[in-house]
Design a protein. Structure first.
Length: 292
């Protein structure tokens, strides 16, 4: 077991600046402890650069007068005298911001936990602060999980539920601007089913298409505009359905032939059908044909 994990130089934003092995016993809820002059985080022993000034800041981050630490691992190049916690996974000092988390490798049967510490390239430490839900911003940019993305007005950006967000000009889904959206009126429709959103003129459905991957190998981000929807009348029914006074939508597409007045969703997940109306049963936006 390593008492001081090896730290690597800062890499570009797409890269990883730090990998260090620690044991399974160091779980997210572990705190720093000192016994007989020896510091541990979970079951991992380590020696601070300056033990006399070492102090835990929370369950994950700590500092001494020389360096900042994440789960007992020294953050190379950090300034301990000015090291402060920003969020559960972020900290900063006078010059830099660090995003810190853990991961496991499926090829190792998830048996070993690694640390990942990234110095966020270009982040302005003096103005960097958390927005919640994994988001942060500085005077130049907005970030999610330490990665920057483009918004029109960083100063007014706020995260919403279900991977949506907004600023003073536009709505966003999964860090992607929604063309033509109206930021000041952009909002979630229902906090219990966050795939649907609206602004003063339109309704939207956002999801990650698991069957089609983007160039990075991640699910493709898709936003559908609900054509003809009355955003003020939109109601989310659950199970990817929504309705206003006219159409019914499933995953943002019109359910042809559905009756809005009698359409009801089965929230039990016990039947083959997920919804019904006066004409019969529906499943995933398609009419179910009953065998005779």
């Amino acid at each position: 077991m390593l008492s001081r994990p090896l730290l690597l130089p800062t890499l570009p934003l797409a890269g990883i600046a730090f990998l260090a092995v620690i044991g399974l016993a160091a779980c997210d809820g572990s705190n720093y402890r000192r016994s007989g002059g020896q510091w541990t985080h979970g079951d991992v022993r380590f020696t601070p650069q300056h033990p006399a000034s070492f102090e835990p800041l929370d369950a994950r981050f700590a500092r001494d007068k020389e360096r900042g630490y994440f789960r007992g691992a020294e953050i190379e190049g950090s300034d301990g005298a000015n090291f402060v916690v920003v969020s559960d996974n972020e900290a900063r000092d006078r010059n830099s911001v660090y995003h810190c988390d853990t991961y496991r490798n499926a090829q190792e049967y998830w048996s070993i936990q690694y640390l990942r510490i990234v110095r966020i390239e270009g982040a302005d430490a003096a103005t960097y602060g958390t927005l919640g839900k994994g988001y942060a911003r500085d005077k130049h940019r907005v970030y999610v999980d330490g990665m920057p993305f483009t918004v029109r007005d960083p100063a007014s950006f706020e995260p919403l539920e279900g991977d949506f967000g907004r600023d003073a000009e536009r709505g966003y889904y999964a860090r992607m601007e929604i063309p033509g959206s109206h930021g000041p009126s952009f909002e979630n429709i229902d906090a219990s089913d966050t795939a649907y959103a609206r602004d003063r003129a339109k309704g939207y459905y956002g999801w990650r298409d698991q069957e089609h991957l983007d160039p990075t190998g991640k699910p493709r981000r898709v936003v559908r505009t609900l054509g003809g929807a009355d955003p003020a009348m939109l109601r989310v029914l659950g199970r990817d359905y929504a309705v206003d006074a006219r159409p019914v939508w499933h995953q943002g597409q019109v359910v042809v032939g559905a009756d809005p007045a009698t359409f009801a969703v089965d929230a039990s997940y016990q039947a083959a059908a997920d919804a019904s109306d006066k004409s019969g049963a529906w499943s995933a936006g398609r009419r179910m044909v009953v065998a005779k």
